[in-house]
Design a binder for this molecule. Sequence first.
Ligand code: ADP
Length: 591
Amino acid sequence: MYRPLIRNRITIYFIVITGGALLFLGLYTLYAFKEYSEKNFIDSMFIHARYSRDVLYGESPDIRQRDRLNTLAFNLGDSMGLDIEVIGQSGAVIAASRPRSANAGQLEKSEVASALTGNFGWDIRPDDTGQKTAFVAVPFTISPPYQAVVRVSQPAEELYGQFAGLARAIAAAFLVALFLAAWLSVRLAKRLVRPLEEITDSAAKMSAGQLDERIHYKGDGEFALLSHVLNNLAANLSQKIHETSAEKQKLELILQNMDNPVLLFDKNGRVSAANRHGQQLFGPNLLGQHQLAAIGSSVLDTAIRSVQDNSVAKSTTLKLTFNGLKYIFQVFVASLPAGQNILCVFHDITALQNIYEKQMEFVANASHELATPLTAIRGFSETLLDGGLGSTATNIKFIKIIHEESERMQRLLADLLRLARLDAADYRQAIALSPIAAEGLLEEVLEEFSNQCQHKNISLSIDYQRQPGSLLANRDWLKQALVNLTENAVKYSPEGGKIMLTYDADDACATFSVSDSGLGIAPENLPLVFERFYQVDKARVKGNSGGTGLGLAIVKSIVEMLGGTVKVESRLKIGTTFSFTVPLNKILVSS
Ligand code: ADP
């Protein structure tokens, strides 16, 4: 709440000015009246004094005829209603219209002293009885030549009574005028300030955020201009706020929906803002925490300090562990112009790094796998070339090994080539998934492995749980997956084993399974069998020189490319079932 300062001031100033003017006018009127009345009073007394002197002089009284003088003075005084005295040079009263109590010492009276020097003199003062009296004295030459003074006096109470009456009237008028002025000034101040108060009220609402508020001032002049300016200000401000909040919303939307965690640190290294992703990763209680407590990375702390000191943005790599998961981040650290706030944008490069590491591992594994047969080929061929040619049987054995190892290399290279194609994003996208008939696919596979199965006395059969329908797939790759699984089933089944190829389907997809009654896979190895180059035990199958460790990895890649999933169930020494899904060609199925 504010004090109505201007209104009060206007009121006070108006009252003071009006009151001052009225007071001055009243006092001046009183003074002028007093001057005028006194002058008139004294002037008329001078006329009487001169007249008295002339009468006294005309009668040529002698100073020695005191009785005569007294009689004359008495008659004159009586006729004019005044007291008349004749005062001698010594200051003694020579004659008087009525007997006086103090006759000497009149020289001290100013009017007497003045008249004795030949001038007129007057004074108003209390007389011997204490009554306010006007005295007027004129010089008077009396015979024998003697300088005297004729003094007339008259009570001035009436005169001052008039003054007092006038003063009371003026004071009453002054008070009434002052009251009127006060009343008028309050009204006037209110009237003057009302537009300002209205504008102030509206401006207060605007400043409180009600930017739709407008000042409706009807008049013109300064207040109209002020209203116009304030209305424009509010309109512009409202528009700017709308623009800014739209911009802010946009930024927030971008920030909140960014895949990257984004954190803002204040100059003390505490988290002042975080987007949704940042809070999900680093925890909801992140705000207000110091970086070291929230993220706990000394590397990031050093980077933040360096950016704070140099104001040069930098990028750093962080390795962090959250909830037992390892993350690798490329963090972009930059200082914001406002204060010493630091912006950190985290790029999760864990997957990229993993791919990079896997590629490295893959190259190392591939090199190793290729080096093994190559070393054998080189060794045996060098032995043959160095004259190690012995019996035909030995030569044939050596050449057979060289042949087997080169075949193994060929298989390995073929598998690597398949994987390379499956890994290539362009190839995966370009490969057309077209409707194919599942009918006959399993028969073809069965046909291809019938010889091998006969050799190992393995029974290979097909079980159709549903009538084979139309699939959305690539026939060659689908067959490759079935071949790889059947090849493994044959490879890891003992003589006399049993292999079953199964077809099943639900509304959405077809499921192919290859079950065998072979060695089985230990539970701890199961999650690893789809890894590239992973082999449970290279020597587990007698005479197995053909394994590359890539067969199941190729199956997984194929199935994923076709939009399905692969799984394995196995029990040691009982058997293994690999199964995968392929989407059905729904258009054909429903028609
Ligand atoms: P490989 O060329 O060695 O067969 P795969 O990727 O095809 O490589 O298989 C990976 C490993 O999984 C094999 O080394 C084998 O130990 C195990 N495996 C695959 N299929 C079977 C199966 N049907 N029965 C038992 N073990 C299997």
